[in-house]
Design a protein around this ligand. Structure first.
Ligand code: SF4
Length: 228
């Protein structure tokens, strides 16, 4: 039988720097390759095609790190991890139920979610604004969120180039699916620097809060404290 492989950029332990689980020590399984090209992306794994690693190698590495660092939280990240959904499914099957599995995804590959959503404990889903990706992804995001709404929070990155007119439509669509989803507004980190425009953040926060019940402003903490 052919060995199952995927391009894994790295597997490492760090503190979660974004979203609902910020501050938790987690094992990050970072896949390389992405289906999008966001203008603010500073993640080299999105573009570099790294070496293929076997399922056995990943299982061994995760178990070692889990034991050494006393954590059972695993984040699948990238790039876009859902490009390798079949690998993730088999990885979870091998590792079993003693781990807590988090999927960090750009929230577009909703068909690839089907086979693994029942195995994932929580989804960190992005909403990508059209100006940053040069296409309108709202339909994909809506289809995606419908499939994971019971165990998901949403994160939306913005900077000064945000198109405010696009926002209302997005928040309306999300509120129709789950009004009380935790929705993070995340100021972009550019060249490892985070610049928070208070006035702009206030404006976006207000529009979001007109439709959603739990909106939070949170920059990437790991970049602020200069860890991986
Ligand atoms: S989806 Fe994420 S990894 Fe992919 S290009 Fe956008 S920011 Fe980078």
């Amino acid at each position: 039988m052919k060995t199952l492989t995927a391009p894994i950029y790295e597997i490492f332990v760090s503190y979660q720097g974004e979203g609902l689980f910020v501050g938790q020590r987690q094992i990050f399984v970072r896949f390389s390759g992405c289906n999008l090209e966001c203008s603010y992306c500073d993640e080299p794994a999105a573009r570099v095609k790294s070496d293929l690693k076997s399922l056995g190698w990943a299982v061994k590495k995760i178990k070692e790190l889990s034991q050494k660092h006393k954590t059972n939280k695993i984040s699948f990240t990238g790039g876009e991890p859902l490009l390798y959904h079949y690998f993730i499914k088999n990885l979870i099957k091998k590792l079993g139920k003693k781990y807590f599995y988090i999927l960090e995804t750009n929230g577009t590959l909703y068909k690839n979610l089907d086979g693994i959503i029942s195995l994932i404990d929580f989804v960190s889903m992005d909403i990508k604004l059209s100006d940053y990706v040069k296409k309108d992804l709202l339909k994909e995001h809506v289809s995606f969120f419908k499939k994971c709404k019971q165990k998901s929070y949403i994160k939306m990155v913005f900077d000064k180039n945000i198109k405010i007119s696009e926002l209302e439509k997005i928040f309306i669509e999300i509120s129709k699916i789950k009004k009380d989803v935790v929705f993070f507004l995340q100021p972009a980190t550019i060249n490892r620097k985070i610049k928070i425009d208070k006035q702009l953040s206030d404006e976006i926060y207000k529009i979001a809060s007109d439709y959603l019940k739990d909106v939070r402003l949170l920059p990437q903490i790991h970049k602020l404290i200069k860890i991986k």
